[in-house]
Ligand binder design. Structure first.
Ligand code: FAD
Ligand code: NAG
Ligand code: NAG
Ligand code: NAG
Ligand code: NAG
Ligand code: NAG
Ligand code: NAG
Ligand code: NAG
Ligand code: NAG
Length: 590
């Protein structure tokens, strides 16, 4: 099993008992933490999951004072959880009380290692624990969604206005894609020496190879053309994390909206069919909830609709437990089949991430900070004081999106969503990230995340035979490297990283000293060695999608308006709907 991220937080709690989180985001008064306290059992809409998507839809729906909205969230209040709000401490949330702590089943192609699957267990969901990188994706990706749903409303042009409704760049970054929403997006608050080198290397490679350099530099990755290297755009405006709770839910609760009810520390356990409704197809209008596995069950009714926003793990689990899924699979588990929907839990996609760590000839990385309680304390006080300094920044601030070389795609179906969409993402952090091993006691390091963002491997989510309810973890199988295309793509990424590091910004002053792999000091010389290195040093980058995917065909779980097919009363609005498979693009080349 993979080791857990080390916890810096313990040190802070011990060192800084007087530190309080004082941004005024708190709204405890309007939160319910006991189902008994809710004034009524019936609401117009019930939103299951106060995560990234759920908070947006719940607050937008409740702008109309005639609609009542109940939000049910399994996790805890985010208000006083310091590492949620301090950008630099984001990794401390993984494996902590705000994480669901899922793991995959043993991954065959990763030497049977089990990979951790962090998911936010708090208001804001995974937007409260993620790395805050704000990317809209490519024009090709959204046009692909339009294609698979048969609904042009999903394509880039009409979608752009919704991006603009979500985020706003700060006035000091006029170059960025604009908008006027509640999420404060910013360029890095505290860029490092490393970030400057990444940008300089891409500019250099562009000078050498021309405008179509695979490593070109770009100012704004959010224009629809997402290829190139750039400073990240981050949800860290004013030096704080802008989760969907910070941007949407808390402001609505603070304004004392009387028609918005938020119940926390309570899990939806099943959807139930209406008692008094007549319908030609199954009609769900009740949500059963509980606060513990053997605790009392409560039921809440939705007059209008149940909206699932429990995420790519939680949503398919809830559908399966409610009898919506592959008929034979459900029968085998002894669950009454309400609707035979074979694709529920299938089409699971995740991005493999190869971690390469290098010792560097520099004293400017943040390794010395993460090793020193005194320095951490000082930086935390600075952040408390005026939201500046290293702690106002995420772990890394430069990234690249790259396509595989054309010759690698000849004769095979391209896995990217279009000819201008990336296959590869590269992220850089200026310290030893303890994701595969412990930070050494001395030395300065950089961590590179080499990611395949257009993988072909398809996994699945199923229920354990003694499936219990949503208090039992489902079986998550990402099937990492199950398709050999992904191994070939990752080999190419590893080579790309080596090409990148052979340029002047890295070779001058011998910046890169040596590779620190888990069990080796080189990626390897032969392909066999390199594949062995990949298998030993790959984890994933927390982007599961597809388990309740949308599309125009009957086999798809939801239609283009995200209503679950074969049912009435239920819609899915989270990352489960993103449909990556069934690419319609034919193979290119001879
Ligand atoms: C560590 C990490 C780093 C990441 N970094 C980035 C990044 O930098 N940039 C980026 O764009 N993406 C990043 N991602 C991915 C991104 O955060 C997710 O894709 C996105 O947040 C998913 O949103 P969602 O609404 O589908 O689900 P979530 O935001 O996970 O929301 C689901 C919510 O439902 C709740 N829930 C689940 N089951 C139940 C139930 N039965 N009853 C009640 N409530 C339930 C959960 O507690 C949660 O609050 C990262 C993810 C992680 C975990
Ligand atoms: C995840 O693990 C942490 C640390 O053990 C724990 O506090 C938390 O409650 C766990 N999350 C869930 C959903 O059980
Ligand atoms: C989707 O793309 C395919 C192949 O390019 C095309 O034939 C088809 O008409 C498209 N479908 C829609 C609904 O746009
Ligand atoms: C990047 O290049 C610029 C211009 O040559 C230079 O001033 C700067 O120091 C370089 N940055 C780093 C981190 O090397
Ligand atoms: C069904 O209708 C009866 C009579 O109108 C009502 O008392 C009861 O609450 C309804 N039950 C549900 C689950 O809606
Ligand atoms: C923020 O506070 C620190 C001390 O904690 C100080 O050194 C720094 O100058 C302040 N920055 C601004 C922009 O006020
Ligand atoms: C990557 O580099 C290795 C070693 O230099 C080489 O054998 C291999 O062919 C390269 N692979 C690709 C896909 O370029
Ligand atoms: C480290 O960098 C310095 C310049 O910053 C250089 O003088 C020195 O030779 C480098 N050390 C090594 C081991 O390459
Ligand atoms: C690599 O090292 C880890 C311990 O750091 C060990 O658990 C693992 O089995 C090793 N893997 C291989 C392929 O040698």
């Amino acid at each position: 099993m993979m080791m857990k991220f080390s916890s810096l937080l313990t040190t802070f709690v011990l060192l800084a008992p007087s530190v309080t989180f004082g941004t005024g985001t708190g709204s405890r008064v309007a939160l319910y933490n006991d189902p008994n306290d809710l004034p009524t059992e019936e609401y117009d809409f019930i939103v299951v999951g106060a995560g990234t998507a759920g908070n947006v839809i719940a607050t937008r729906l409740s702008e109309d004072p005639t609609r009542s909205v109940l939000v049910i969230e399994a996790g805890v209040d985010d208000t006083d959880v310091l590492p949620i709000h301090v950008p630099f401490l984001a990794f401390d949330n993984i494996g902590a009380k705000v994480d669901w702590n899922y793991t995959t089943v043993p991954q065959k192609e990763l030497n049977n290692r089990q990979i951790t699957v962090p998911r936010g267990f708090t208001l804001g969901g995974s937007s409260s624990i993620n790395l805050m990188i704000w990317t809209r994706g490519s024009r090709d990706l959204w046009d692909h969604y339009a294609n698979v749903t048969g609904d042009s409303g999903w394509s880039w042009d009409p979608m752009e206005k919704y991006w603009n409704k979500a985020s706003v760049p700060p006035p000091n970054d006029p170059t960025l894609s604009n908008g006027n929403g509640p999420l404060l997006v910013t360029l890095p608050n505290f860029p490092s020496e490393l970030d400057g080198k990444v940008i300089n290397a891409s500019k250099l490679l562009q000078q050498e190879n021309g405008a179509d350099s695979r490593f070109k530099y770009t100012v704004d990755i959010n224009t629809g053309d997402s290829l190139g290297f750039a400073y990240m755009q981050e949800l860290t405006g004013h030096g704080e994390r802008y989760s969907s709770a910070r941007g949407y839910l808390h402001p609505a609760l603070n304004s004392k909206r009387p028609n918005l009810y938020v119940l926390i520390q309570t899990r939806a356990t099943r959807l139930l069919q209406g008692m008094n409704v007549t319908s030609d197809i199954p009609y769900f209008n009740q949500v059963e909830v509980a606060q513990s596995a053997d605790g009392r069950r409560f039921k809440f009714r939705a007059r209008n609709e149940i909206i699932l926003s429990s995420g790519a793990i939680g949503t398919p689990q809830l559908l399966l437990l409610s009898g919506v899924g592959p008929k034979e699979e459900l029968e085998g588990l002894g669950i009454d089949v309400v609707a035979d929907r074979p694709a529920v839990g299938k089409n699971l996609r995740e991005h493999p991430m190869l971690i390469t760590i290098y010792e560097v000839n520099s004293t400017k990385t943040s390794d010395d900070v993460t090793r020193s309680p005194a320095l951490k304390q000082q930086l935390l006080e600075q952040w408390e004081n005026n939201r500046t300094g290293l702690f106002a920044n995420t772990a890394g601030s430069a990234l690249g999106f790259v396509r595989l070389p054309d010759d690698q795609l000849e004769g095979i179906q391209d896995s990217a969503s279009g000819p201008n969409a990336p296959h590869v993402e590269l992220l850089y952090a200026d310290s030893f990230l303890p994701v595969l091993g412990k930070q050494p006691a001395t030395g300065n390091y950089i961590t590179v995340a080499n990611i395949v963002v257009a993988p072909k491997s398809v996994g699945s989510l199923t229920l354990e035979s003694t499936h219990g309810d949503t208090f039992t973890q489902p079986l998550i199988d990402y099937n990492i490297y199950g398709d050999s295309f992904d191994v070939q793509a990752m080999l190419q990424v590893a080579n790309d990283s080596e090409t990148f590091f052979s340029t002047a910004p890295w070779t001058e002053d011998n910046f890169i000293v040596s590779l620190v792999g888990r069990n080796s000091t080189s990626i390897g010389a032969t392909e066999e060695e390199r594949i062995a290195f990949l298998k030993d040093n790959t984890i994933t980058i927390f982007h599961p999608v597809g388990t309740a995917s949308m599309g125009s065909k009957d086999e798809d779980v939801t239609d283009a308006r995200l209503r679950v097919r074969g049912l009435k009363g239920v819609r899915v609005v989270d990352a489960s709907v993103f449909r990556i498979s069934r690419l319609s693009r034919p193979p290119t080349g001879p």
